[in-house]
Design a binder for this molecule. Sequence first.
Ligand code: NIG
Ligand code: FE
Length: 404
Amino acid sequence: MSGEVIKRKLWTETTLFDGQITHDQKMALLVENDTIAMICPMSDLATDAYESADEVYSGGVITPGLIDCHTHLVFGGSRADEFELRLEGSSYEEIARKGGGILSTVRATRAASEQELFDAALPRVQALINDGVTIVEIKSGYGLNLNDELKMLRVARRLGQELPIQVVTTLLAAHALPPEYADDADGYIELICKEILPAAVTEQLVDAVDVFCEGIGFSVAQSERLFRAAQAYGLPVKSHAEQLSHLGGAALTAKYQGLSADHIEWLDEPSIRKMAASGTVATLLPGAFYTLRDTQVPPIDLLRQYHVPMALATDGNPGSSPIFQLTLMLNMACTLFRLTPTEALQGVTSHAAKALGLQNQAGSVKVGRKANFCLWNINSPAELAYSIQPGRLKQRVFRGEIYQ
Ligand code: NIG
Ligand code: FE
């Protein structure tokens, strides 16, 4: 015997959404130190369970800790001016082609120090934490050169070290063409494959590689070169695909067993079949759909038909989705895309975990898993999607510690 003291926390009389389903009986859940040790219906709870627990809580709804599997929340500056331009009639693509859009954030991000980027990102991450998020994915993509891409990824890693949240990083150097390579997309892809990616790997700054495969981004052939380079380092790939047009990025992502294809408003049935075969998650980003006043709804029925898991994320970024509230995405996915509340909740828990390759560790409330879950002051899980109401999070349990 090691003589280690075990700390027991017991939750009783709760409604449990475990990442897949909502249990139809009131449940009890026991945490020992940082691990879920027992889950059972209240009717099966041993009477001495209360005495042997150090802390007991009662009531509410428990869900897995929420996972925001697609964000760009490290950036400099603001794009409120472009918001006004769009209100006056300019489109997102027009602004991008005139050197605004992503490139305006690139200028501000390059000009910012690591500390300034960290300070700017802090309230965005804090907003997600206050909304029940326990894992967040953060992309680079506003540096577009070696030093500034690595700078962004270092800030992302540091956020995970200093705040009670797990950060997963993604290299999105292939987000836009930097001004230095204005007429040379192939040359820029070469720079990413030969310099930026290897350096990010050496510094252990990157967990996955992403590309903006789009008319205003990179072609399928360029995306494929990048995916090959990523796979040579054993890194999983994902894409921003079929957002503004159907280019074939999702099928390419499936060909490389990608974790997820994201946005996918213009996704077609053959690509969906390929995603189903490769286990690639479809990540829906209703915040960008809403902000850009998109009208092309992702093919939800076909995704259901082929059992492609649908994840849901904020896409939190300064341009197309300046939104840092994941529970709002639950409502938007139901209202705009007609997801059921259960599908939406799976989208920010078990399916979001799969979109990050973490399905064996996160996104579900299960015995043996680390205790990462949320206790909500609501009556049923559907209420999280039904009403837009901050302040319902009663406890956020992260690695067994309660934050309230
Ligand atoms: O996911 N589509 C490209 N990237 C982001 C937008 C980034 C920006 O506008 O700054 C997106 O929507
Ligand atoms: Fe994005």
